[in-house]
Design a protein around this ligand. Structure first.
Ligand code: SAH
Length: 471
C-alpha cells in the first residue's frame, strides 16, 4: 500500500512550479533561544499618561527597536483600532492581544483579506514548495487510518489550511484508496474569508446546496465543511487533525524577569504616537499559564530563564484536540518550526520575504513565533489519559521515514530537465539543512532547507498504538 502511494504518478505541480521563492518563516531567524538570549540594552522608565490615568511603566531592560521612522503616514484602520483599545483600556495591551488583532482582526487582520503565500505574497510554506509535502502527509493519514481499523467514517480536520494546497495534494495522492477517501469528511478550520474562498477553488469544490459552508471536493468526491474554530467541528466521530504552520500563528505572551519578578511585556503608545514595548506594572492573568509552563521546564532551563514566551491559546487548543482524540479515536499531526525546549523570545514579523519590525505598520506583515513543543506534549497528556504523544522529530526524519526518497525518485522518472531541477530544489527545501550544496542557479534563489528547523509531533489515541513513523 505504502509503495503504491509513493510510486503512483500525479504531477500536479511538476509542470507549473518553476523555481520557488525561498523565504520560509524559519529561513534566517532573529529569535533568541533561552540559552542564547542576549541581555537587552536598558533604557529608562518613563511614565505614560492616558486621559484620567497615569501608569508608571518599567522599561528597564527592554529592547528598544531601532527607530523605523520614515515619512509619517496617516494611521491605518488597524493602527487606529489598536490605539483605541489601548486608550479605552486605560493602559497597554499584551503582546498576545496585539498579535491576535494584527493577524485576525475581521476587517484588517493580516490573513483576513488576501492571499499572503508564495512569490507575490509574504512567505512560502512547505505545501507551496512541493506537492510531495501534502502527499507525504497523505501517507501519514492513510497509515493512521489503517491503525485505527479502517473506520468507515472519519473527520479529517485541517487547522489553518492556507491556500488548501496541502489538502488538495493529500486528496490527489490518496485518491486511488477509495475505502480511505470515501470515509472522509473534511473540516477546514479557517478564520479568513479570503482564504476560505481560495481553499474552495483549490479543492475544486462544488456547492452541495445554497450553503457556502458545505461543498464536495471533486478531487476525491469528499464533502468539505468550513469552521472558524475547532470547537465548531462535530465530535463523536474518529478524527484525524493536521496542523501545519498553524500553531506559530497563535498569539504569544512574553514575560521578562525584572527586579519586581516576572513582568509581562506589553504594547503601548508612546508620546511620539508610535507603538512601543513596556513592562506591565502589575500582575497579569497570563502569569498563571507562565507558572504552569515553568513547572514543565527542566532544571537547566529554569536556571537560565530571563525571558519566556508562552502561548495559552496553543495550550488550550491542544487540550481540546487531546480530549477529542481521547474520546473519539484518531490522532493529530503538528508540524511547525519551533524547539523541543522552552522558548525565550522568538516573535518575528515578515513582510514580502523580509524580516521587519514587529511594531511597524501592523497588519501588513505576518507575525509568528516559534512553537513550544514540550508545552504541547504536556498540555495533551494533562487533558486526556487516553492519548499518547510522540516526537518531536525533525521534518527531515519524518518525511524521510515516510518514504519521500522513493517519491522523489518516482517523480524524477517522469519529468523534463526543468521539472527535475524544480523537484530537486523542492526536495532540498523540505528535507535539507541550510543552503543546497548542489545549487548552480542564481544565489538569491538558492534553496534553503527547512528539514531540521521544522519539527513533527503526533498526539494519538492510545488504542491506535504508536503512529508511523514515530515507532
Ligand atoms: N497550513 C498552511 C497555511 C499556514 S498560515 C500552509 O502550510 O501553507 C496560517 C493559516 O492559519 C492561515 O490559513 C490563516 O488564515 C489561519 N489562521 C491563523 N490564525 C487562525 C485562527 N485563530 N483561527 C483560524 N485560522 C487561523
Amino acid at each position: 500500500m505504502l509503495r503504491k502511494l509513493l510510486t503512483q504518478t500525479s504531477s500536479r505541480r511538476l509542470l507549473s512550479s518553476g523555481v520557488p521563492p525561498l523565504f520560509s518563516k524559519s529561513t534566517i531567524s532573529p529569535f533568541s533561544s533561552l540559552s542564547s538570549s542576549p541581555e537587552p540594552p536598558s533604557s529608562e522608565s518613563p511614565a505614560v499618561e492616558h486621559p484620567g490615568t497615569t501608569i508608571s511603566i518599567d522599561r528597564s531592560s527592554l529592547y528598544t527597536p531601532p527607530d523605523h521612522s520614515h515619512e509619517s503616514t496617516p494611521d491605518s484602520e488597524l493602527v487606529k483600532h489598536l490605539k483605541s483599545i489601548i486608550k479605552f483600556r486605560g493602559g497597554p495591551i499584551s503582546v498576545a492581544e496585539y498579535m491576535e488583532e494584527v493577524l485576525t482582526n475581521p476587517k484588517a487582520g493580516f490573513y483576513m483579506n488576501r492571499d499572503v503565500f508564495g512569490a507575490q505574497g509574504d512567505f512560502i510554506t512547505s505545501p507551496e514548495v512541493s506537492q510531495m509535502f501534502g502527499e507525504m502527509i497523505g501517507v501519514w493519514t492513510v497509515c493512521l487510518w489503517e491503525q485505527m481499523g479502517r473506520p468507515e467514517r472519519v473527520n479529517l480536520v485541517e487547522l489553518g489550511p492556507g491556500r488548501g494546497t496541502l489538502m488538495a495534494d493529500l486528496l490527489r495522492g490518496t485518491s486511488k484508496f477509495k475505502n480511505f477517501t470515501e470515509s472522509l469528511h473534511i473540516h477546514l478550520v479557517e478564520c479568513s474569508p479570503a482564504l476560505q474562498k481560495l481553499q474552495h477553488q483549490n479543492l475544486k469544490c462544488t456547492d452541495e446546496s445554497s450553503s457556502e459552508k458545505k461543498a464536495v471536493s471533486s478531487l476525491a468526491g469528499t464533502p468539505v465543511h468550513w469552521h472558524a474554530t475547532l470547537q465548531e467541528v462535530p465530535s463523536g466521530v474518529p478524527t484525524l487533525i493536521i496542523a501545519h504552520e498553524f500553531y506559530d500563528a497563535l498569539p504569544v505572551h512574553q514575560f521578562q524577569k525584572s527586579t519586581r519578578g516576572w513582568c509581562e511585556k506589553m504594547v503601548d503608545v508612546g508620546e511620539d504616537s508610535k507603538f512601543r514595548f513596556v513592562l506591565s506594572p502589575q500582575p497579569t492573568p497570563a502569569a498563571l499559564y507562565l507558572m504552569k509552563r515553568c513547572t514543565w521546564a527542566t532544571p537547566e532551563e529554569r536556571e537560565k530563564m530571563e525571558h519566556v514566551e508562552i502561548s495559552p491559546k496553543s495550550m488550550d487548543l491542544t487540550q481540546e484536540m487531546a480530549k477529542r482524540i481521547g474520546s473519539d479515536g484518531g490522532g493529530a499531526l503538528i508540524i511547525d518550526y519551533g524547539m523541543n525546549a522552552i522558548i525565550s523570545d522568538s516573535l518575528q514579523a515578515i513582510r514580502k520575504h523580509k524580516f521587519v519590525n514587529i511594531l511597524d505598520d501592523p497588519g501588513s506583515a505576518d507575525l509568528s513565533a516559534y512553537v513550544d513543543f514540550p508545552s504541547i506534549k504536556h498540555s495533551a497528556e494533562e487533558a486526556s489519559e487516553n492519548v499518547s504523544v510522540h516526537g518531536p522529530m525533525t521534518q527531515s526524519q519524518f518525511l524521510g521515514s515516510l518514504g519521500i526518497n522513493f517519491r522523489v525518485d518516482a517523480l524524477l522518472q517522469n519529468c523534463n530537465d526543468e521539472q527535475a531541477e524544480s523537484l530537486r530544489a523542492g526536495y532540498w527545501q523540505l528535507v535539507g539543512d541550510g543552503e543546497a550544496p548542489f545549487w548552480e542557479g542564481p544565489n538569491e534563489q538558492t534553496p534553503i532547507g527547512m528539514g531540521t528547523r521544522y519539527l513533527a509531533m503526533s498526539i494519538v489515541n492510545k488504542n491506535q498504538g504508536i503512529p508511523a513513523p514515530f515507532q
